[in-house]
Design a protein around this ligand. Structure first.
Ligand SMILES: Nc1ncnc2c1ncn2[C@@H]1O[C@H](COP(=O)(O)OP(=O)(O)OP(=O)(O)O)[C@@H](O)[C@H]1O
Length: 592
């Protein structure tokens, strides 16, 4: 029942409103017995009484009071019900708002590996469907249970005050309902957990499909994907049917038991009326209020259903709610704001993901303002290496230092906001080009945004777009070519005036001429001093670098300047010869 405790904790600010709503609920449902009470008094005094005509003549005031009471209490109950629903809504919306904001903050602050563990569709389900179920629990299920219990108790107390024998006969059905509901509850839990899992799988399939629609089209795999989605949909459908069948199996028993109450009343109530333990007015009052006993019995199954749905959803929400990132600010972290110069050093760094060693004993030093190019075969660990600088991951052994201070000792926000990264997978937001470059900084001057675009060789194509810098790019940059997206991503990294600029294969999709222009810009065009770490595969990118690091299977295979490396046998020399066509010429010479 941790889920219920968790709800209570999260209701802290809305607790008063919620308790007020619960109290009003109880009062409202208690008031349901007033109408039958007045009704029975009217019948017994003015209709079925042998002196009814005389009573009507002599006690007209009483009749008026009884009718006024009936209308007055009904009106009061309606007003209270209105206020009560308002409080429920306010409390539940307030609580869900708080949980949703907290969840989103949690997801935002998670480590990189969190996003490997959870799929986007699943996270979306937690933020939407699951949270809605939590709200449903607060504003509907608990409300319904409290109202049902209040109604049931108030009616039963009223029945006992009328005639304990008839009340006991009606109460005799309760154990049957209780037993059946318990049996149902045991089977409903697993069924609804399955529904929750299949719903998440369905959302994930839809999300991955929609975001990967280009690949689907490119491979003409629409039918394959439709079939895959249909299977998820089928699983979701059958899990829902199975859960519904559990309820359907028990529902008739509960319904028959609740319906039997009318027969019991007819037989027992009729008998006790003949025995003069009950008056006609009292019989009518019990009969008129019988629904207040049978409805809660019927509804119990629905509440149990919803309760299990809530338990399954709340468990998923709670999992993320308490998920703590491992990479956080240390208590003794230094605030190095304004002081960073851009010096980067790796000292015997080893890094693994799971059991797999990705980087092994890496050591190098980059002075502020230097340009360093990292090269190596695909999968050699280049991206993993640069990921350690802004602490997207922490290394297992050794130290990564920025300005002589271990990155773990920097405040995360200061460290990351001093590093500009243009990642390999370019992500643009469905917003204007201007907003994408000035990402999250509405104060950034338009002039400066244009300057950054110029440095990234993006201004020419932006100026040709229909709305120029106000052109809205589609989701993830749809509508732009790969090279155009890369250049906007580069402009965005430059716009924060970083102390360390990291480019992960950022110019792989641009033509040689544009790449040359970008190199010139980065070389002397920036109006701020920064260290550049560039992952590249082209010799044209590394020729003028202060240092080139060659990675091979997570180890530094070689390091030096362009001139030094082409004099040595190895990966760099091979790449150099390949790209400058030396081998080809030699080969063609041999063949001639
Ligand atoms: N999240 C991850 N979980 C497990 N292994 C990973 C993960 N990310 C990377 N790897 C592994 O780490 C190794 C290095 O990957 P990395 O992306 O750093 O290489 P890279 O040199 O940048 O490759 P590329 O040039 O293709 O971008 C690869 O073998 C890869 O499979």
């Amino acid at each position: 029942m941790f889920q219920l405790k968790w709800l209570w904790v999260n209701m802290k600010e809305s607790r008063a409103a919620y308790i007020a709503a619960l109290v009003l609920s109880i009062a409202c449902n208690g008031l349901y017995i007033t109408a039958p009470y007045f009704q029975s008094r009217i019948i017994d005094t003015f209709i079925s009484n042998e002196n009814a005509a005389a009573n009507l003549r002599d006690h007209r005031d009483l009749l008026i009071w009884l009718i006024a009471g009936m209308i007055g209490f009904t009106f009061l109950r309606t007003c209270m019900q209105y206020a009560c629903n308002m409080y429920y809504e306010k409390a539940s919306q307030g609580m869900v708002y708080k949980i949703r904001t907290h969840l989103f903050r949690k997801i935002e602050n998670q480590d990189m590996d969190f996003y490997d563990r959870y799929r986007t569709g699943d996270l979306m389900t937690r933020l939407t469907g699951d949270l809605d179920m939590v709200r449903h629990m607060v504003s509907w299920v608990i409300k319904g249970c409290v109202e049902s219990i209040a109604l049931f108790l108030a009616s039963m107390i009223y029945f006992f005050t009328i005639d304990w024998r008839t009340a006991l006969c009606i109460l005799a059905m309760t154990p049957v309902i209780f037993f059946v509901t318990r049996l149902f509850s045991r089977h409903a839990g697993p069924a609804y957990r399955k529904v929750r899992e299949t719903s998440s799988a369905l959302n994930t399939a839809a999300q991955e499909n929609i975001s990967g629609n280009r690949v689907v089209k490119a491979f003409a795999k629409e039918d394959y994907e439709i079939e895959k989605f249909r299977m998820r949909d089928e699983e979701y459908r059958s899990s829902n049917i199975k859960a519904a069948m559990v309820w359907l199996k028990y529902h008739p028993i509960i319904d028959v038991a609740a319906g039997a109450l009318s027969v019991i009343l007819l037989l027992c109530g009729g008998y006790f009326m003949i025995q003069q333990h009950l008056t006609m007015g009292q019989y009518v009052a019990i009969s008129g209020l019988l629904w207040a006993v049978s409805n809660p019995m019927r509804n119990m199954g629905n509440y149990v259903n919803d309760f299990h749905r809530f338990m399954a959803s709340a468990s998923k929400v709670i999992e993320i709610y308490y998920e703590a990132p491992r990479i956080v600010d240390r208590v003794d972290a230094e605030d190095t704001e304004e002081k960073l110069r851009g010096e980067v050093e790796f000292k015997n760094v080893t890094f693994s993901i799971g059991d797999k060693k990705i980087l092994d004993n890496i050591s190098f030093h980059i002075k502020p303002g230097e340009t360093v190019v990292i090269m190596g075969e695909t999968g050699s660990g280049k991206t993993s290496l640069i990921n350690l600088i802004p602490r997207f991951f922490d290394c297992d052994k050794g130290e990564v230092l920025v300005d002589g201070l271990n990155v773990r000792m920097h405040k995360l926000h200061t460290l990351r906001s001093s590093i500009g990264i243009a990642t390999q997978d370019v992500l643009l937001y469905s917003d204007t080009i201007d907003s994408n470059i000035a990402y999250g900084d509405s104060e950034l001057e338009e002039e400066y945004v244009r300057r950054c675009a110029e440095l990234a060789a993006a201004s020419d194509f932006i100026e040709k777009l229909p709305m120029k810098y106000d052109t809205i790019v589609g989701e993830r940059g749809v509508g732009l070519s790969g090279g155009q997206k890369q250049r906007i991503s580069l402009a965005r990294a430059i716009a924060i005036k970083p102390k360390v600029l990291i480019l992960d294969d950022t110019t792989s999709a641009v033509d040689m001429e544009t790449e040359h222009y970008i190199q010139q810009s980065l070389g002397g065009g920036l109006d701020f001093e920064c260290t550049k770490i560039i992952i590249a595969q082209r010799i044209s990118s590394s020729k003028n670098a202060d240092k080139i690091i060659i990675l091979q299977d997570g180890k530094i295979a070689d390091m030096g300047t362009h001139d030094e490396l082409i004099r040595r046998e190895g990966y760099y020399k091979q790449i150099y010869e390949l790209q400058s066509g030396i081998n080809c010429k030699a080969e063609s010479g041999v063949g001639a």
